[in-house]
Ligand binder design. Structure first.
Ligand code: GDP
Ligand code: MG
Length: 598
């Protein structure tokens, strides 16, 4: 097909504004799926996505559309994630497109994530087509929302703003025509140039190896061609090539401007990253496509296998292939064995990865409490970045510590402003700006500097529940500021449990340590002997409880035990009172979960 008849585009929107539903309608109206195979949110095919009702990973689908001008068009739709944790994924998807549909819910209007996504698209200099969705709803306020959209960008014209119901299909035919008319065709060089294809996503298949999702920038790819991933320096044969329609459909050739996949057969996944460029192994391009900026992890947590380290490692690397924002480093713990310290884009991201490990690979993991990265200035003038509390230097060596502070913008309704202010203060936010978005009539925007640790752990959830989901939050740049923080460690039965170490504010340490040891009393599996649980800060025990033994039950249990066995147990109990050593039992995830609620 002529590249003039290709349109590569994404849909961007605030969460729940109807992106996945609109994607379904587009596939239906272009007969990509028939009514029988159509099931809601067809592109959200990860189990975790279905459970959370959000899109986590971008999906691609090629639709064939016969336009009113009687020409056949190829509409490549790249779906994008909608949660704040995943804006990195959004920009990646956008770089493979020439335009976006900016979808706004007629009952909700412009929301924080609408603005954030609009800014991402604007930064890519791609065509933005505003569309008002859910016009069928009795609560739709089309005129108000239209004005909000016009206020976003002086280049928007009232007549260009389309209105749809993704639910019943109203306006979708007009939208398809508008995509053809307004989104530019991909620009491709005229003379047959060398192949240049951007890898914007990847998946792993245990039979076919790595499958790269590509956008051809120049040249063409033929099946069985010898290709090279330029950054990884890996050559391979294109085992199969094709497009997503919406399932994989093989083709003989992919042309410049098209979006599709290449089955590489590569099974070692460690060096391959999205943002790489594919060209031909012989006489290829010398100039790769500009790659992506690396994502900056916001929180770190330890991930340890419940059973098999190698199974966990293999699963985690395969997920990382398709989620380049994960940062993975080796980690080791006496209690939990070999594992990884993993950097995530946020707490929700951590939760999604944990679920993907379980659902997609059957791997159960233990995650330690998440933490941010601290900059520790030592008395010897050295500065160390610490993303693992276990490595936090000894207090006697520390001059001062800096913690990450992030500028957050909270967009909310006037009636929720007081709640937001109270909550932000509770989580150490410093208000720097409050204004009515006079243009966007109904919304108030509050800007805070807030410690990243507060946002990473609790603030986001608290905000959502207190405002009943009506407040939204977007994060800006991270800076570092001095903070009075201390390392809290825990001894159980006089032995240190490194994975329970965490960093906290000095002012909160006393209360938190009391709360934590009392929770440990119930979460730590009881043994035949009593065990103290102690919280230690700067060499001093600041809280302590005794975890009672299960002595009665164990020694005089229903099952018959020989006298000598009972005596052995009792002897061990008294031994344990005296001797500090490594824990003799495993700590369940519930012990680590205690730290998530602090
Ligand atoms: P996404 O988070 O942007 O992908 O939003 P979804 O497509 O998952 O839609 C969120 C909710 O809005 C779902 O319950 C949809 O059924 C509903 N929805 C989507 N489009 C429309 C529409 O045009 N009209 C109405 N009334 N509901 C819609
Ligand atoms: Mg969705």
């Amino acid at each position: 097909i002529d590249s003039n008849n290709i349109r590569n585009f994404s849909i961007i929107a605030h969460i729940d504004h109807g992106k996945s539903t609109l994607a379904d309608r587009i596939m239906e109206f272009t007969n990509t799926v028939d009514d029988r195979t159509a099931k809601p949110q067809l592109l959200d095919n990860m189990t975790v996505e279905k459970e959370h009702g959000v899109t986590v990973k971008a999906q691609t689908v090629t639709n064939y559309y016969l336009a009113k001008d009687n020409q056949q068009y190829v509409l490549n739709l790249i779906d994008t994630p909608g949660h704040v944790d995943f804006s990195y994924e959004v920009s990646k998807s956008l770089s493979a497109t020439e335009g976006v549909i900016l979808l706004v819910d007629a009952t909700q209007g412009v929301q924080a994530q609408t603005i954030a996504n609009y800014n991402l698209a604007k930064a890519q200099h791609i065509k933005i087509m505003p569309v008002i969705n859910k016009i069928d709803s009795p609560n739709a306020e089309v005129a108000t929302v239209k004005q909000q959209i016009l206020d976003l960008d002086s280049e928007f014209k009232s007549a260009d703003i389309l209105e749809t119901s993704a639910k019943n299909g109203t306006g979708v035919p007009e939208l398809l025509e508008a995509i053809v008319a307004n989104i530019p065709a991909p620009q491709v060089a005229d003379q047959a140039p060398e192949l240049k294809a951007l890898v914007f996503d990847m998946t792993y298949d245990s039979y076919q190896g790595v499958i790269v999702h590509i956008r051809l920038v120049a040249g063409e790819i033929k099946a069985n061609q010898k290709l090279v991933l330029m950054n990884a320096g890996k050559t391979f044969d294109a085992k199969a090539i094709g497009i997503f329609n919406p399932n994989m459909v093989e083709q003989d050739t992919l042309y410049a401007g098209e979006v599709g996949y290449v089955v590489t057969g590569i099974k070692e996944v460690n060096q391959i990253r999205v943002g790489d460029t594919i060209t031909t192994a012989v006489a290829g391009t010398a100039e790769p496509v500009p790659g992506y900026e690396e994502a900056t992890p916001v929180v770190y947590a330890g991930i340890f296998p419940k059973d098999d380290f190698l199974a966990m490692k293999s699963a985690l690397f395969k997920i990382a292939l398709n989620d380049s924002s994960l940062k993975i480093e080796d980690d080791y713990s006496d209690a939990l064995g070999q594992g990884f310290r993993v950097g995530f884009l946020g707490n929700f991201h951590l939760q999604i990865i944990k679920e993907r490990l379980l659902v997609e690979y059957g791997v159960e993991v233990i995650t330690t409490s998440p933490n941010v990265t601290y900059k520790v200035h030592l008395k010897n003038d050295k500065v160390v970045s610490v993303n693992n509390p276990v490595n936090f230097p000894n207090y006697s060596d520390i001059d001062y510590v800096e913690e990450p502070i992030v500028m957050v913008t909270i967009t909310t309704l006037p009636e929720s402003v007081n709640q937001v202010i109270n909550l932000s203060e509770k989580y150490r936010g410093v208000l720097i700006d409050l204004n009515n978005l006079s243009n966007l009539s109904n919304l108030v925007q509050l800007t805070y500097n807030m410690p990243l640790s507060e946002i990473a752990y609790h603030f986001f959830n608290a905000l959502k529940s207190e405002t009943h989901g009506y407040a939204t939050l977007s994060m800006g740049e991270i800076t570092y500021q001095p903070a009075d923080v201390v390392k809290m460690t825990f001894d159980i039965n006089y032995s240190n449990v490194p994975q329970l170490t965490f960093i906290t504010n000095r002012v909160n340490a006393a209360d938190q340590s009391q709360e934590l040891v009392h929770k440990l009393k119930y979460a730590v599996p009881r043994q035949l002997y009593p065990m103290p649980a102690q919280a230690i800060v700067e060499g001093k025990v600041i809280a302590r409880v005794d975890i009672p033994p299960i002595r009665k039950n164990a020694a005089v249990s229903g099952e018959k035990k020989s006298i000598s066995k009972q005596q052995a147990l009792l002897r061990r109990q008294s031994l344990n009172k005296r001797k500090a050593k490594q824990l003799e039992f495993e700590l369940p995830q519930s012990v680590f979960d205690i730290f998530l609620d602090i």
